[in-house]
Design a protein around this ligand. Structure first.
Ligand code: Z5A
Length: 218
């Protein structure tokens, strides 16, 4: 039996990681084997690439093209090392970001040539495509407030990608809208401005539609 591949997308602070954990807990509760992964990263090689992309002291001069290739080097490794083997075993793979992030951030955000971005993604993923993508949508003001409140509890760690300007993140959000409009069956928009439990329920309504029969619940 082929497994199920579910991805989460959205702006930073939209609540993806929170909801990925809740969904995984729910799936475990139904005795379904779920593998939780994240991008960039998720493999030992990918986590090194993640560090280079986000936190390395030497990354300030990184070009958009290098960023595109590194995101997809991490992805190519993750797909072959973990995602395909898990799906082949019939497991459910839940991934915090996948290739729609590249289209949104490197394509629309960095304004790289979209057909080239697509070619690079195609090389990285081949025919490994999500069955369902949950796009968590929140107004920028709410995600910024959530991030501020999280940061106030953590030590400061510089993140190169977060240093981009406001217009970049507006283009990313508009890019996500275009991605969702182009593939409404796969990409389900979720209003993520509500409280954690309300968002969890909305996500579950989408997930249960694709679960094997007899594996659903409130
Ligand atoms: N990137 C890219 O450019 N190209 C690519 O191909 C890929 C990625 C794959 C990864 O950063 C960066 O890489 C990202 C895109 C880029 N860059 N940016 N900028 P990351 O992995 O470090 O982080 P992130 O994916 O951007 O997510 P995040 O900042 O960790 O946020 P989140 O996962 O969406 O949210 P959260 O951690 O679940 O919640 C944030 C806070 O809000 C936290 O304190 C929660 O307790 C709280 N929260 C969550 N939900 C709620 C609700 N519903 N109400 C109130 N408070 C809430």
């Amino acid at each position: 039996m082929k497994g199920l591949f579910i991805t989460f997308e959205g702006s930073e602070g939209s609540g993806k990681s929170t909801q990925v954990s809740l969904l995984a807990g729910r799936l475990y509760g139904l005795c379904l084997t779920a593998r939780v992964l994240r991008e960039p990263g998720g493999t030992p090689i990918g986590e090194e690439i993640r560090h280079t992309l986000k936190h390395s002291h030497a990354n300030a001069a990184m070009t958009a093209e290098a960023e595109l290739l590194l995101m997809n080097a991490s992805r190519a490794q993750l797909v072959r090392e973990f995602i395909r083997p898990a799906l082949a075993k019939g497991e459910i793979v839940v991934c915090d970001r996948f290739y729609d992030s590249t289209t949104a951030y490197q394509g629309y955000g960095r304004e790289l040539h979209l057909p080239t971005v697509k070619t690079v993604i195609d090389l990285a993923v081949g025919d490994t495509r999500p069955d369902l993508t949950l796009l968590l949508v929140v107004p920028a003001q709410i995600s910024e407030e959530r991030l501020r409140s999280r940061q106030s509890t953590l030590p400061f760690i510089r993140d190169r990608i977060e240093e981009a300007d406001h217009e970049f993140f507006e283009r990313v959000a508009q890019g996500y809208e275009k991605i969702a409009a182009a593939e409404p069956q796969r990409v389900r928009k979720v209003d993520a401005a509500g409280d954690v439990e309300t968002v969890r329920r909305e996500i579950w309504r989408e997930v249960e539609k694709i679960l094997p029969p007899g594996r659903v619940g409130a």
